[in-house]
Design a protein. Structure first.
Length: 347
């Protein structure tokens, strides 16, 4: 069968196009293999030091490398740093012939006797305006029981000059937040002088699982989920401690809630009740009440600690309870009496 002139032209174009596609695929595959080979060579080059690689950024032409690494990484989780002294470093290398030359290095984070937990899910390479950045997040908490504060750090690293811009979030564990911390952001001149980076870091923070994100309802200080914070505000108190216990105020202010703040707070350790009240005490935590007549819940005393503030409770009369700090020494004045009818309710 003879082909027409037009058919021959179309067939030739199809062959040329197919060969071009295969050639493009072959070139792309070769470039990918070459880049992977260079990356493996770089990993081998850095394997002799005591640092643990957390992330490696490679330029398009495979000539520059930025290495995010750590000292004192856990044996079972390289993203958890738990040594006496922990570092996160950024190092920039230039590929020269068949070798790699270190041209710049900066310490991104240093801590003594702290846990640094890097979130690998936060790793992101991003172009912000004209520069390339590496975005990542880590949490920091102190080892031992002396300090209860924790912090989350949202960072943007300029991969050209290794300049670091940081957005910290500082707070503590809270009943409002099971897996995250409850606190506030802290801004700096460096952050505020870079509005584009600041916007990106707040965007990362707004979705992160490690910080507390209140709903619109929860932004109301009188919302029942804020009962601890509100009690501390109206009693001018801050009883979130590491060790020990706080003295009860002479006058106690409180608020009634229709919502079940027992259930919201979680499993309590001890419960006492009579015909008028049900009182619960949480392990090293809050003391809450329920008025059976009014059918309303109310916080009696807000306090939490790592150790030293566990409370045993008992009725002395229908409206009076005794609170004993059970972890206190025998020499301490560790008992207090609260007349529930003396509590001043703001609502």
């Amino acid at each position: 069968m003879k082909l027409s002139h037009l058919s021959i032209i179309l067939l030739s174009l199809l062959i040329l196009f197919s060969c071009g596609k295969e050639k493009t695929k072959f070139i792309t595959k070769n470039k990918t293999n070459e880049k992977a080979s260079i990356l493996n060579a770089f990993k081998e080059f850095t394997s002799s030091d005591k640092q643990t690689n957390l992330y490696i950024l490679v330029s398009k032409d495979s000539s520059d490398f930025v290495r995010i690494s750590a000292f004192e990484a856990s044996e079972h989780n390289k993203y958890l740093l738990s040594g006496e002294k922990s570092f996160i470093l950024a190092s920039k290398y230039k590929k020269e012939n068949n070798n790699f030359k270190l041209i710049k290095q900066d310490t991104l984070q240093y801590g003594e006797y702290v846990y640094i937990d890097v979130d690998p899910e936060s790793f992101e390479e991003k172009k912000i305006r004209q520069d390339n950045y590496f975005l990542f997040t880590f949490s920091e908490s102190f080892q031992g029981q002396a300090v209860i504060e924790k912090s989350i750090h949202f960072l943007a690293l300029n991969t050209n000059d290794l300049r670091l811009t940081e957005l910290p979030y500082n707070g503590t564990s809270s009943i409002r937040c099971e897996e995250c911390i409850d606190g506030e952001f802290s801004e700096s001149k460096s952050l505020n002088s870079n509005p584009a980076i600041k916007k990106e870091l707040y965007k990362k923070a707004s979705k992160h699982k490690w910080i507390y994100h209140p709903t619109e309802e929860e932004k109301n200080p009188k919302n029942y989920k804020n009962y601890s914070k509100y009690w501390e505000k109206i009693n001018n108190a801050d009883n979130n401690l590491a060790n020990g216990y706080s003295p009860l105020p002479e006058e106690i202010y409180s608020t009634y809630y229709k919502e079940d703040i027992f259930k919201f707070t979680g499993d309590y350790e001890e419960i006492i009740e009579n015909d008028t009240y049900k009182i619960v005490s949480y392990f090293r935590g809050n003391l809450l009440g329920y008025d059976k007549t009014k059918k309303l819940y109310f916080p009696i005393y807000i306090e939490s600690c790592i150790t030293g503030c566990n409370k045993k409770i008992s009725f002395l009369s229908e409206h009076t309870i005794e609170v004993e700090f059970s972890e206190a020494s025998a020499d301490d004045n560790a008992k207090s009496v609260i007349n529930l009818t003396d509590i001043i309710f703001k609502n």
